[in-house]
Design a protein around this ligand. Sequence first.
Ligand code: C2E
Ligand code: CA
Ligand code: CA
Length: 707
Amino acid sequence: MNAESNIEKQLRESEERLALAVAGTQDGIWDWNLIDNSLYLSPRWKEILGYADAEIPSNFSTFEDNLHPGEKSGVMDNLRKYLNGEIDQYCTQYRMKHRNGSYRWILSRGAGIRDNDGKIYRMAGSHTDITDRKIEEERFRIFAQIVEQSPATVVVTNLDGTIEYANPKFAETTGYSPADARGLNPRILKSGQMDPGGYKKMWDELKQGREWRGEFHNRRKDGTYYWESALIAPVRAADGSVTHYLAIKEDITERKHTEQELRETNLRLIEATKQAKALSDLLARFDPLTGLGNRSQLHEELTQLIEEKGTGILMLANIDRFKTINNALGMERGDELLKQVGDRFRHICGQTDRAARLGADEFAYLVTLNAFESDGNKQQAQLCLRDVHRELTQSYVMNDEEIMLSFSIGGVVISPCEAVTSQDLLRRADTALRKAKADGGNKKTVFEYEMDEAVRERYLIETDLRRGVAARELRLFVQPQFDSAKNVHGFEALVRWNHPERGIIAPAIFIGVAEESDLIIEIGQWVLSEACHFIVRLERAGRPAPVSVNVSPREFRQNDFVERIKKAVSDSGADPTMLVLEVTEGVVIEDVETVIRKMAALVEIGVSFSIDDFGTGYSSLAYLKRLPIAELKIDKTFVQDALRDPNSGAIVETILAMAKHMNLRVVAEGVETQEQAEFLDARAKVIHQGYLFAKPADVDTFFAQGE
Ligand code: C2E
Ligand code: CA
Ligand code: CA
């Protein structure tokens, strides 16, 4: 009894000790009696799972039922192994279900008491809630993984910079394995190409506990260089003291290269742009063919002269009939000729004058006059133009061949007394040039204000004519032509403009204007159609006769000229053999082959051609012979002068002889007197058209008279 109570006492004491020890820890206690399979679970054991002592029974199924389902078999297996003696220690971790449904991580440690046979009959141990530690561990594991797998280099150094940790990316970029790296100082990476002041600044920042951002130019283990950007931050212990430095770095070599390339490309671009600009400035001011200035350079010089209130003369020079010459020579030699003209200009330029090429064969010449010697009057300008004209018309030599060119020059005086712009000057010089050309070319004309008036007048006419044509104000007049027997041979169709305010306007006033624009096409088309209807009317009246229609060079040059004529004929139902087209030598002078082709196409359907104003142009027998023409019209100036002026008489005689030889019909225009008629009749069989016989009249008047 005594001994027993002694044992009991010992037992109680040890239980009390245990209870005290257990109460001091945060562990739960379990005590399993394998003989009757009773299990003691301490209140703390239950509390870990969220239960009060009385809420769950202390038995084995409380333990077993709350085990994580996925771990139950493992736990039981482990327990069995311990009981069997297969393992020496019972220490294991598992999850158990908390009252709130979550699982807690439990560290379970225990030991068994064996009987004499070595069989465990009692086993007791503790339950420690290690959930927080587990979470912490897991967090660390993930964090470590992130660092290990990071695409950025991560390096941790101690306070003097010695590497304590470097992740695999570090090895990849530097060539130093993590093992190599440990214990190294990152200064081994220095390329030596960086400003040492940069490192000092970094250390200053770090020593003061601040983080530092920057870029390193580093060298790998194999000696190659690379750039990296870095963030270095102090790592602090719980008490705030700095224990380590953490560097996160990124290889930016490629970006640096791209940046460098971009910078270089940029520089090259800037340089190229500069060169292009210089070149285009140069080109913008020069004519590449002749090396003279161009329009914009001339404009600049004129503007400067005007601003400086200078005195001078501006000339515009044109090669007469350059198109024809160019066609004859071919483009290449045409260009060569223009080059020579450019040289000629350069030759006469001297120090102060300027020459420019403004268009195909359009040149400008600017003379600056000394204001003390000259006020830039018209007379001086005329002398100047004459000199330049004389120089320009000296012969040119090309392939040992002498070429003569004629020039038309228009000039304008530049005077400080007048407020003008360079445009005004160019326009005036151009007006003078047009006048020189209109006067037959090879002329030099100085601008006068009346010319400006004329230009304005022409403009007003053009505008009014456009309106008048649309308002159907055109009228068709016809003038009969008579044979030597005084019978009506045919008619010439002549257009009039029946102006609402000015009455009947003669074509001399408006045809020239119309010819300078597309209006002539419309007018010509209208006259042609009216003339065709007139032909039809004559036929219906039983008095068929040929009707002549004037065709302007511009009309003739239209690509669809032949089609237009054919259409007018077929639309009206006129007999094409009654249609005569009067063309001037101006039409023929251009491109003989095309002219012949067009004429031939119309001759084929019966239309015939007449050369109008014959004798006034440049006609040469040579090409006249090649044209399919039926008639010549002697210009009225020759007819009227024939009796007074022996020259004109000779011309008329020559034309008559030539026509006879070539078997051409001759119409004499402007026969006003009996003497004129007789002069002609004495020499050949000539058709007469003139006031002596009949003036042009409108179609209806003619029909009324005829009946
Ligand atoms: P042109 O083709 O030489 O026409 C002859 C001009 O001489 C006509 O002047 C006619 O009226 C005029 N005339 C006829 N007999 C005499 C005379 O005895 N004495 C005088 N002093 N003159 C006479 P008009 O009708 O004023 O035409 C002038 C020019 O206008 C024409 O000259 C022609 O070049 C042009 N023209 C007239 N109608 C047309 C047309 O429908 N189309 C085109 N493109 N030009 C036309
Ligand atoms: Ca005519
Ligand atoms: Ca004529």
